[in-house]
Design a protein around this ligand. Structure first.
Ligand SMILES: [Zn+2]
Length: 146
């Protein structure tokens, strides 16, 4: 059964006073799990200050960013291939996000100038500096929110 559908049924069953154990038995899960699900469903979706999206628990974009940043930090010479991959014109959300993080990484961790990053990513100096500043400002707002 689809999780959302199941959870909704659990909530409905809870209303006419089934015990947690009775509900759990119906779905083959523990009463503790039922309690957790009910608690979770009462919680609200929140909006990520950094990405502006609604999330439940932790923002998916924040998770992706964190893991991509780690990936960049752990990269050795293969970072050249990564730069080449993101030097293309691709504009999907994920690529844009990764490119922004790569720019930030090259400037802050590697000490590259905007001109050098621009050359590597086949973009103009002003595109790189604008992207970096906009992304950095967003990052700053995000960090004060946490
Ligand atoms: Zn986020």
């Amino acid at each position: 059964m689809e999780v959302a559908k199941r959870n909704e049924e659990i909530r409905k069953m809870r209303r006419p006073r089934f015990t947690l154990r009775q509900i759990g038995n119906k779905f083959g899960i523990t009463s503790e799990r039922v309690r957790q699900i009910l608690l979770r469903m009462r919680r609200k979706y929140e909006q990520c200050r950094r990405h502006g999206v609604l999330y439940f628990g932790t923002c998916r974009h924040c998770i992706n960013e964190k893991s991509y940043k780690k990936k960049l930090r752990d990269m050795g010479p293969e970072i050249k291939a990564e730069i080449a991959r993101l030097a293309v014109k691709g504009r999907t959300g994920e690529m844009v996000q990764e490119r922004n993080l790569l720019i930030q990484h090259l400037v802050e961790k590697k000490g590259f100038s905007f001109s050098r990053v621009a050359q590597l990513l086949h973009r103009s100096h002003s595109t790189i500096s604008k992207t970096y500043k906009r992304f950095g400002a967003r990052r700053l707002r995000g960090s004060t929110a946490q």
